[in-house]
Design a binder for this molecule. Sequence first.
Ligand code: AKB
Length: 317
Amino acid sequence: MNRVLVTGSVGQIGSELTMFLRDRYGNENVVAGGRKTKPSEELKNSGPFEVVDCTDIEAIRRVIEKYKIDTIYHLAALLSAVAEGNPQLAWNVNINGLINVLEVAREYNCAVFTPSSIGAFGLTTPLDNTPQDTIQRPGTMYGVTKVSGELLCDYYYQKYGVDTRGVRYPGIISYVTPPGGGTTDYAVEIFYDAIRKGKYTCFLKKGTKLDMMYMPDALKAAVDLMEAEAGSLKHRNAFNVSAMSFAPEDIEAEVKKIIPDFTMDYDVDPLWQSIAESWPNYMDDSAAKEEWGWKPKYDLPAMSKDMIEKLRIKLGM
Ligand code: AKB
């Protein structure tokens, strides 16, 4: 029986993952946990919603007991650029929040999915075909919390047998809920601006290649990993997963194929640029392929076509 809590359910991934899990396991079996931000009507009306601040362990415990939760998708976290603006808050939410979730999971025997990120790498990591197991010395607080989170999840599995699993997400692109303060956000903004204004000013430099993924693949990755046979997993937490890798000019060209008058210029933000330059150009995700059958569906052209179709409907344009 899957009785699930999604923390961070109001965020970019959480809002869609909650609906995906409700379709799969039944609306009443998936609790959307959020802090302050108001949930959408869809999220609130389709199943249970509870206020859960992950820095408050009692709040998590209450929800786990009330709904007899057995699986936690822990998505509450600050993204990279926001974390750099407030590193102490980032540590509190990303690490103290995670250890609270792991502690409650240990007490109530819950499985835990925790996303790590391409942000868990740094300049001394091989940036091309970044291996699954490699040097990780990130220079951002976001990266520090992501590496620490990977290690904490490994520790809770090894020490206490908590069924922890996770992936290193690349930049996630979707048309439903906008991301909030990530380095890869340009790859979402470009579509909104292309449709609304026919032009976009990019905050990363030409040539800045990063791994990216369309939301349907990101949701599938989480659920496929959580449903995989435990015996087939050699790694547990922090699987590299990717679907496409591109630089700003590559996505510009793709958008132009569908919106021929679209133009893009650059106004580079030094903070976001320096973060992006410390992240992989593309990761090797063969461990995920071998151990639990990871296979993305969307590449850059397929994602761009679908994004533009869906956003045109959403924006009524
Ligand atoms: C961010 O840019 O902070 C996130 C990520 C890649 O972890 N989208």
